[in-house]
Design a protein around this ligand. Sequence first.
Ligand SMILES: Cc1cc2nc3c(=O)[nH]c(=O)nc-3n(C[C@H](O)[C@H](O)[C@H](O)COP(=O)(O)OP(=O)(O)OC[C@H]3O[C@@H](n4cnc5c(N)ncnc54)[C@H](O)[C@@H]3O)c2cc1C
Length: 465
Amino acid sequence: MNNDALDRLRGALLGEVLRPADAGYDTARRVYNAMIDKRPAAIARCLGTADVVQAIRFAREEGLLIAVRGGGHSVAGHGTCDGGLVIDLSRMRGVHVDPVRRTVRVQGGALLADVDRETQLHGLAIPTGQMSETGIAGLTLNGGVGMMLHKYGLTCDNLLSADMVTVDGELVTASADSHPELFWALRGGGGNFGVVTSFEFRAHPVGPTMLAGFLAHPVDQAEEVLAFLRDFSATSPAHLSADALFIHAPAADFVPEAFHGVPLITLFVRYFGPMEEAWEAVRPLREYGGPLYDSIGPMPLVAVQSMLDTFTPAGNLHYWTSEFLPRMGTEEIAVLAAIGSDLPSSLTTVNIHPFDTAATDVPPDATAFAHREDSWLIHVICQWKDEADSDRCRTWVKNVGTMLKTFGSGNTYLNTTSEDDDTDRVRAFWNDHRLARLSEVKAQYDPHNVLRFNHNIPPASGEAS
Ligand SMILES: Cc1cc2nc3c(=O)[nH]c(=O)nc-3n(C[C@H](O)[C@H](O)[C@H](O)COP(=O)(O)OP(=O)(O)OC[C@H]3O[C@@H](n4cnc5c(N)ncnc54)[C@H](O)[C@@H]3O)c2cc1C
């Protein structure tokens, strides 16, 4: 790398530029998944859009590939790279709420907790994910699945516009009226098209207090619990979210001590509609099967949104897969119960999420997010601490992935899929027709595939390298 050019970049940025010899480089290059150990040539820690423009122009002049880091939570490690420039937005976490229009402007490096913190001051919320430290950028660009999915759809379904810096350093705003093809592609096509410095979302009146908690059942009753959840979900109100979660119960304050470390199937219940309806809405779930413990109670939305953080502290090793199952029949339930009763580490969880109503009411071609069929989304979240367990844990995930594919629709959820998961499946998610359209957008905004650390869409011209 040209040192003069690097010095000029350092002078041009409000933020800092870190090279391997610099103090702080080793901390800055780390991402959430400790399996990912990459060494970028430099990390540009941007403080605003002008910094992003400068960093991109520098990378292009120096012929460097670019990785874009938002929250750094990609389990596939897409927020970093070996040898290229990381454009790190982790210091661009501003959130501005317009309570009158019920819109929220969020910078590209914000975490979900940053969003909830500001929106909840106004009794508003954006549908996002289930853990507070995930980045809004990566989550939105590939979909965004969380507790409000049944009522308000995916995170990307609530996107109104996005400000993006192209790989030529140009500024564009994508919305229904401006660069509409790009706007379509940004809602499900991932980080393929440019660096999004700010998102504008529609917000909804939710919180600040809601009803939530866990209902725990013995893992050997998993088949009955899943059958109950399936039947209950068919008619449950859209303000109610109930997922099944296979866990070893953590030593958290919402788990009675007698159950710490015990393998369980839990129902993670959240009701975010009017409080006066809440207890009645969750009553059938609480009455089912005499739970081992019932931690449901009123609590702030921001507390609910960080409840699962206990399960996923930073610094662990991760390998994940996911699958959409078109139905939850007896065979699927038996397989899921077998998988959930055989977790390879006490940190591993399997999440079974009904995927329907608002998320599937969106017409299939309205956004680039391709899966709009009523189904069940299975996240297999395998994590462990000791590298000696890596082969065993990855093998377990791959075997589980094969079992799930037998029943699957062929679709995986790209945000919860690890890097070397089958590339054909990644492409199949978009299908040929949608992929061709995405490739045209890619060709328009990134014809030389400078942004390739993502679930990559080749530019239509075929200039992939
Ligand atoms: C603990 C944990 C919990 C999770 N929970 C959920 C959940 O509840 N629901 C859900 O849907 N997903 C969930 N995910 C998956 C999550 O959505 C993805 O990992 C997502 O990629 C994270 O986004 P990020 O910005 O943190 O990632 P990063 O690693 O920073 O980036 C990931 C990808 O997004 C691109 N990108 C990031 N920022 C930008 C930007 N500003 N402009 C353009 N491209 C950008 C990158 O280039 C890269 O391709 C979870 C992941 C983890 C690790």
